[in-house]
Design a protein around this ligand. Structure first.
Ligand code: FAD
Length: 364
């Protein structure tokens, strides 16, 4: 129902989660009830910033881990990204997943999520640790195009972007004193943001290579016997033509954002064993990268909380629009962070759930 004055919702974070949340909240019937401001240290165009995860992702749907809640989000997201393919923002790509074990029945919990899954006969030239394989179709995107697209859609809908780093949740009221809710999509930032300080948040370091490899048109990966370790994967992107992302490391609690040369060599050699065309002379390395996946012990946090935020005080910075009165304000916070290695492939489903929580809390 329209309230007259729209609810001012401040979203902290402009990674794929904050942007997708804003997209859904400002979409269609009822969107006139919300005024949205996105406040973030890193913006969608800051594609070289290692301070946020979103620029560094593959990004595609690939099998991670089974969990009922995540599965629901991934199903919704897969279908949405799949349907976007005609726009060119996403790519439907043939895929091969290799296993290091013979018995894979329990591994295929995702068989109804992807499209056209079928067994694949092993090529004798493959590395000997590979015991089984399946083929299917998945979907991928290029974060460097997808994030600016989300932002441009939001600008058209009147969403305001403020580039700013917050130390404390209290700061929101210093320049948006009419904010009725805060969406916390700060990912790794949730570990140190005063008012949240979630010590369950931790990084998983991922070193990767972006290359132009015109013949590498399939997503390929090996599912290691021991989960949660370094992996071998190649993800083709919808554009530019021939672009692929090759990975990569999976190093929990490693905050190091510098590229390691020996690691890069290992990543490339392992991928070449799976995709021999990477050795062709037309392969061109574009960049070596490191990104930190914003993980959380126990999985993503999508829930509401009411937090008493100080309106003034020695440690509360003053914005131009500051409320000079003392006291505090009980404020609705919708948390949406901790997506680790799967923020893109869970984005539409998780953001829809978080938007539902916000709307329910505001109308309660
Ligand atoms: P982020 O992108 O980290 O955004 C956080 C936002 O919060 C940023 O705008 C940041 O500036 C802001 N912020 C934080 N603290 C503050 C503060 N104090 N004040 C103001 N702003 C703040 N996922 C997939 O689904 N598929 C893949 O194939 C895939 N591959 C990956 C490969 C690699 C190598 C890596 C590193 C990640 C990969 N991921 C993949 C994971 C994916 O990138 C993340 O899950 C996703 O980007 C998380 O999005 P987010 O919006 O939660 O966080």
């Amino acid at each position: 129902t329209t309230t007259g004055t729209p609810h001012h919702v401040v979203i902290l974070g402009a990674g794929v989660i904050g942007l997708t949340f804003a997209y859904l909240l400002t979409n269609g019937i009822g969107s006139e009830n919300y005024k949205v401001t996105i406040v973030a240290r890193d913006m969608p165009e800051d594609l070289d910033s290692q301070a946020f995860a979103s620029p560094w992702a593959g990004a595609n749907w690939s099998p991670m881990q089974y969990d009922e809640r995540l599965h629901k989000w991934e199903k919704q997201t897969f279908d949405r990204l799949w349907d976007m393919a005609p726009t060119g923002l996403t790519l439907r790509s043939p895929s091969k997943v290799y296993f290091e074990q013979e018995d894979i029945e329990n591994e295929l919990w995702w068989k109804d999520l992807v499209r056209n899954i079928r067994p694949l006969e092993l090529d004798p030239s493959l590395p000997s640790n590979i015991k089984k394989a399946v083929e299917f179709d998945t979907v991928s995107l290029n974060p460097g195009i997808y994030l600016p697209w989300l932002k441009s859609e939001l600008l058209l809908r009147g969403v305001e972007f403020v580039k700013r780093r917050l130390v404390s949740l209290n700061e929101v009221h210093t320049y948006a004193k009419d904010a009725v809710a805060i969406v916390n999509a700060t990912a790794l930032g949730a570990r140190s943001l005063i008012g949240v300080q979630d010590t369950k948040v931790f990084p998983i370091r991922g070193q990767t290579i972006v290359a132009i490899a015109p013949k590498a048109k399939e997503f390929v990966t090996i599912i290691p016997k021991t989960k949660g370790t370094d992996a071998t994967y190649l993800i083709p992107r919808p554009s530019p033509s021939g672009m692929v992302l090759i990975g990569g490391t999976f190093q929990p609690n490693n905050w190091d954002t510098s590229v390691d040369k020996a690691t890069a060599d290992g990543i490339f050699q392992r991928a070449k064993a799976l995709v021999p065309s990477l050795g062709d002379p037309e392969t061109r390395i574009i960049s070596h990268n490191v990104g930190l996946r914003p993980a959380r012990e126990g999985g993503p946090r999508v829930e509401t909380e009411y937090i008493e935020l100080a309106l003034s005080g020695e440690l509360v910075p003053r914005g131009p629009d500051a409320d000079t009165g003392a006291g505090s304000k009980k404020t609705l916070v919708v948390h949406a962070y901790g997506f680790g290695p799967a923020g893109y492939q869970q984005s539409w489903g998780a953001a829809a759930e978080a938007v539902g929580l916000l709307k329910a809390a505001l109308s309660a």
